[in-house]
Design a protein. Structure first.
Length: 381
């Protein structure tokens, strides 16, 4: 048995677990991350980080690194099939997810954090404060953080809503192409949409195409898809699609899964963060950003409240639960808007986008959240 009884033990070394690791180590709090995989996640996929996520990363002294490894488009273009709906300033940094994970991991290790790979959690004994791993090792822990993603075992075992992840009705293809297009682009079509953006200065561009479909696809980042099928589905979105996707590298296809919102994300000495607490459909690009907000909040509260976990958890829940559940719900509603089929409703939506500020106002309401300020405000109230 490893004695980490003076450590916060984080189950899962994805974006939320690593961000929390950085946040805790910034204040010298003993932290260990247990990751089931033998090494860091290396799935190549694009990710966009909006200003609300960026603020947290800035407070963790990671903004410069992020800027160096990402691309900042100045414009976002919204289209319906081949015609322009809207052009607006783009507020997001876009990058390869692998780079973000590497930046967070490096920072965590530089700050003196420990990460144990090949450590898949099997069970937790809450009373004894012990966790047991599938490799038969076990560890004594001071407080447990579950950042083990959408399929969270901890959530399933310890939280009241034990339902398994369910297929959302959306399936996605993703991959990379080469393109000189410097903009973020979102193209809507009947019952589908396509998002693409540059991820670096070398003309590499990430794309994600999403359709609403009853045909259920596995929840996996590693399932290969078929380029011809993808092009067939998305032909109407762009009359140059064959040309554009000639340069496509491997293409992956997977099902998007959801879990219903929880009434509580804390239980005894366990706290949920990130997708374990609130998996999100990706239609606002907020899953990782909200996970980063969660992680930053928990780390800062541990520091300010001197790791008195009862107080930390209560304050964390107060700050996070409402916002997490709200963004989860808005993301689902955005999915309905993105996948309209009825020509009259499509017309209405497109007119609203063209003629009002609805899109930028909706985004600003999410992006303007300053996680640092909000946490301080809650501590002084
Ligand atoms: C198509 C798509 C596009 C997206 N685009 C964006 C975007 O542009 N912007 C954005 O903000 N978000 C985006 N997201 C959402 C984002 O990817 C997730 O919200 C984010 O990765 C969640 O991070 P996490 O650390 O909570 O979970 P995960 O990334 O799932 O990490 C969980 C970690 O826990 C480990 N683990 C699991 N079980 C165990 C166990 N039993 N023991 C030990 N370790 C375990 C896993 O191996 C993994 O490393 C997108 C999602 C999808 C599906």
């Amino acid at each position: 048995m490893h004695d980490f009884s003076s450590y916060i033990g984080i189950i899962g070394g994805g974006i939320s677990g690593l961000t929390l690791g950085c946040s805790l180590r910034k204040y010298g709090i003993n932290t260990v991350i247990f990751e089931k995989e033998p090494n860091l996640h290396d799935e190549g996929a694009g990710i966009s980080i909006s200003p609300n996520g960026l603020i947290a990363l800035e407070h963790l002294d990671l903004k410069n690194e992020l800027e160096k490894s990402s691309y900042k488009s100045s414009k976002a273009i919204l289209k319906y099939n081949n015609s322009l709906l809207l052009e607006m300033d783009s507020p997001v940094y876009t990058m390869n997810r692998r780079n973000l994970i590497n930046i967070l991991y490096k920072k965590f290790i530089d700050l003196g954090g420990e990460m144990l790979f090949d450590s898949e959690l099997k069970d937790i004994d809450i009373e004894k404060k012990e966790c047991l791993f599938t490799n038969s090792s076990s560890s004594k822990i001071r407080h447990f953080i579950a950042s083990d993603g959408i399929k969270s075992l901890v959530r399933e075992k310890f939280f009241s809503n034990r339902s398994q992840p369910i297929y959302s009705g959306y399936s996605a293809w993703r991959g990379f192409i080469r393109s000189e297009n410097p903009n973020v682009e979102i193209t809507f079509s009947s019952n589908k949409h396509l998002v693409s953006y540059p991820i670096n200065n070398d003309l590499k561009r990430s794309f994600t195409g999403i359709i609403k479909s009853n045909e259920q696809v596995t929840e996996s980042w590693r399932e290969k898809g078929n380029l011809e099928t993808f092009i067939e589905y998305f032909e109407e979105t762009d009359n140059k699609i064959h040309e554009i996707f000639e340069s496509a590298e491997d293409i992956y296809k997977w099902g998007i899964f959801v879990r219903p919102p929880l009434k509580s994300i804390i239980k005894k000495n366990i706290t949920l963060i990130g997708d374990a607490a609130h998996p999100m459909v990706p239609f606002l690009g907020q899953g990782a950003c909200i996970a980063i907000e969660d992680a930053y909040t928990f780390g800062y509260l541990c520091h300010e409240l001197k790791c008195e976990f009862d107080k930390v958890q209560k304050m964390y829940q107060l700050l996070r639960l409402k916002r997490d559940n709200k963004i989860q719900k808005i993301s689902l509603n955005q999915g309905k808007l993105n996948h309209l089929k009825n020509p009259f409703l499509v017309f209405l939506r497109n007119q609203l986008m063209k003629k009002t500020d609805i899109v930028s106002n909706r985004l600003k309401a999410i992006h303007n959240y300053d996680v640092h300020e909000e946490t301080i405000k809650s501590l002084t109230n």
